[in-house]
Structures are given as C-alpha cells and as structure tokens.
Design a protein around this ligand. Structure first.
Ligand SMILES: [Cu+2]
Length: 127
C-alpha cells in the first residue's frame, strides 16, 4: 500500500466514525424523549417531526417575577407526549405573570423553540 492509499483509508475510517457517532446520538435522543420528555435538553434532530406547540391545564404553584417564570403543576400535554408533572416555565412576556397567584387554575399554550426550550406563549385563568 502506498502512502496516499494509507491516508485515504484513515480518512474513510474517520468518516465512518462520525456517521456512527451521529446515529448513536439520534437513537439516544429518541430514547430519552420516550422516557422523560419534559426533562431533556432537546438536542434537536427530530424537530420537524415534533409538535412545536402544546396545550395544557394546571395549577399555579409559584411565580418568580424577577426570573420571569411560573411553576405549574400541569396535566398531560399530548402534543409533547408529556404526562402530568410540576415544572417551571419561562413566560414570553413578564406581564403574563401579573394576574396570576398561587393556587390559580390556568390553561396555557407552551411553545418549544429550536434549542428545545419550552416557553409559555399564552396563559389564562380558568374556572
Ligand atoms: Cu412538564
């Protein structure tokens, strides 16, 4: 084998390594989403196949005006395959927090961005 052929073999090997690594990463991602979808960092790869907007109902557990977040104990959000849980969301506009207080029942819309962050884009009191 001459020098050039050797080098090409090395390059090809590296290339396959990258492809394999990519495949494993995608498989990992899918597994995590089935397991604990709300808690993944959302590394992407399947963004096009996922719903980007979900709708839920829940109860306000905490409000943090400084951070611009609300903690909601919410029911299932079927668009994301989530079961009920308590989690803290950023809100699109801090003014969303003004009418809310602990214990309020709410309905909300949550949007997933390209980085996999979930933000409440609509929220209203329900009775
Ligand atoms: Cu959640």
């Amino acid at each position: 084998m001459n020098r050039l052929a050797k080098r090409m073999t090395a390059v090809t090997g590296t290339f396959f390594g990258v492809i394999l690594a990519g495949t494993v990463a995608v498989a990992d991602d899918t597994g995590e989403m089935n397991g604990m979808p709300g808690m993944t960092s959302g590394r992407g790869g399947h963004a096009a196949a996922q719903a980007l907007v979900g709708h839920g109902r829940g109860v306000v557990k905490n409000i943090d005006p400084k951070a611009g977040t609300v903690t909601v104990k919410h029911g299932p959000i079927k668009e994301f395959g989530w079961s009920g849980m308590t989690m803290t969301f950023s809100v699109k506009h801090r003014s969303f927090l003004t009418p809310l207080k602990k214990g309020d029942p709410v309905a909300f819309e949550v949007t997933k961005d390209r980085e996999g962050h979930y933000t409440i884009t609509k929220i209203r009191l329900v009775h």
